[in-house]
Design a protein around this ligand. Sequence first.
Ligand SMILES: [Zn+2]
Length: 120
Amino acid sequence: MRGPKGISQMHCGFCGHPGADDRPLLGGLGVMICQLCAHEAVRSFDEGTEAAVTAFEAHTEQELVRMLRGVTRQRPQLERFQRDLVDYMRSRGMSWGSIGDGLGVARQSAWERFRRVEER
Ligand SMILES: [Zn+2]
């Protein structure tokens, strides 16, 4: 798997901004983070939880609306990651039982939900 399909359409899961050449995204397990948020995260780790809470509470209402849009965008982004990962697992010959185990559902349910991945 060279990377999720449609990565150019991904958004940062922390601020909601789309990825761009001057604001690249880094991702893992369905979560994307932009360069600015990654720097902010490192600073939060260094300064501690209290500083992060203070910074969060300083957000304007407009920023909170943008954050809510970002959270709302996560569902289709996560579903796309999930489909891509199932596709990759099947390309490696992994069983529907293993995929179902990862999804927390029965083999049959995994097959019914994702079988179209193989029909592409
Ligand atoms: Zn961000």
